[in-house]
Design a protein around this ligand. Structure first.
Ligand SMILES: C[S@@+](CC[C@H](N)C(=O)[O-])C[C@H]1O[C@@H](n2cnc3c(N)ncnc32)[C@H](O)[C@@H]1O
Length: 353
């Protein structure tokens, strides 16, 4: 799965344990990102809705949430990947912008990405394999990129993995099905079908996903956008339509409160960190407005990559000093009181709070 800021890689087993203890049959992952939490719900047998504003999240959702591993012919996927891997490299947008003007991919891989991405469009645009092949390319490109996992900058010297030849692999599909939806969670929350269990993992602060993952947005949209700056970000990232209220310190509390109130679910699990725009007391107050009982679970956690390696400028030089390297991740479970207590007790999850 792709490297992703705020991804719940470490918390997935905990979220999965709470989910299974709830015996939910339907689920919603409202800020799905990599879809790794939605995948856990699918693996637990739930019909899952996966929502995000990012175009790459929608494709990942179509691959991991909508596609059913029992229905997809894996031999057909292998055959398509063999064909795409054999295409002759060619110099296109990725090579020009992300390998020459900037240095996200070694030119050898940049040219292969261009050839494969065009090949997917030419041969599979109307095929059910389309999101699976695109996900395979996205994940293959992520394994050979030359960043620390954010696309606001690239490394001064090539990362060792960037020199490796890119390899397409078959994504590990989940059984069962669901629905991927691209859109703004705060507008969609009250119109989505009712579910047993909703998971909300909004951005915690001003770091925008549209700019932090602009290369994935472009690779999926394949729209050759105008770009600006050393990082070659999409020009449309300056438009207000690409900005999320969840990245604004002023707008975020109101947007989150309304979303929490609007979600149609028996149980809500909200993720947040002690570094976010909203305090834990305010989060509990928001959840309590649903007239539900609320329990807070806390987990000591490693901070994002910038806090581990230090702060660097675009020339790759270390600037400023790093503060703390750990933070607290919260999971806030709301619902009918006895049920919430029973879920936490039977899940075996233990909190540091
Ligand atoms: C903390 S990340 C979620 C990470 C995800 N749980 C995972 O494990 O991969 C927050 C996500 O919210 C999405 N997002 C930001 N604003 C949004 C909005 N208004 N509506 C829906 N999604 C939004 C971002 O694109 C990002 O994928």
């Amino acid at each position: 799965m792709i490297k992703y800021l705020g991804s719940k890689r470490v918390l997935v087993p905990t979220i999965g344990a709470l989910f299974r203890a709830s015996r939910a049959q339907t689920a919603l992952d409202l800020f799905t990102g990599t879809t790794r939490v939605a995948q856990e719900f699918c693996r637990s047998g739930a019909f899952t809705y996966a929502v995000d504003t990012a175009t790459y999240s929608e494709i990942l959702g179509q691959c991991y949430v909508e596609a059913d591993s029992h229905q997809v012919d894996l031999e057909e996927v292998h055959e398509a990947l063999r064909h795409l891997s054999s295409l002759p490299p060619k110099r296109g947008y990725v090579t020009e912008v992300f390998s020459e003007t900037s240095r996200y991919f070694h030119p050898h891989n940049g040219q292969r990405i261009d050839a494969i991405r065009d090949g997917i469009e030419e041969s599979y645009a109307n095929s059910p394999l389309y999101p699976i092949l695109l996900t395979s390319l996205l994940e293959a490109a992520d394994r050979v990129d030359s960043t620390v996992g954010l696309q606001m900058a690239y490394l001064k010297s090539w990362a060792p993995r960037a020199l490796q030849p890119m390899e397409l692999r078959v994504p590990k599909l989940t059984a069962g099905t669901g629905k991927a939806i691209r859109g703004d969670s705060s507008s969609l929350a009250n119109s989505l079908p009712r579910v047993d269990f909703a998971y909300l993992d909004p951005p915690y602060n001003q770091h925008r996903y549209f700019t932090n993952y602009h290369v994935w947005e472009t690779l999926v949209r394949w729209d050759s956008p105008d770009h600006y700056g050393i990082a070659c970000k999409r020009t449309d990232s300056q438009d207000s339509s690409s900005k999320s209220p969840f990245n604004s310190k002023r707008k975020m509390p109101r947007a989150l409160r309304q979303t929490v109130i609007d979600v149609n679910a028996d149980l809500i699990l909200l993720s947040f960190s002690d570094e976010g725009f909203v305090s834990i007391d305010d989060l509990v107050a928001m959840c309590s407005e649903r007239e539900d009982h609320t329990e807070v679970l806390a987990f000591d956690s490693k901070r994002h990559v910038g806090a581990q390696i230090g702060i660097h400028n675009l020339a790759g030089e270390k600037v400023g000093t790093v503060g703390r390297r750990r933070n607290t991740e919260y999971l806030i479970l709301s619902g009918e009181k006895d049920r919430v207590k029973e879920i936490i007790a039977s899940s075996g999850v233990s909190s540091t709070r």
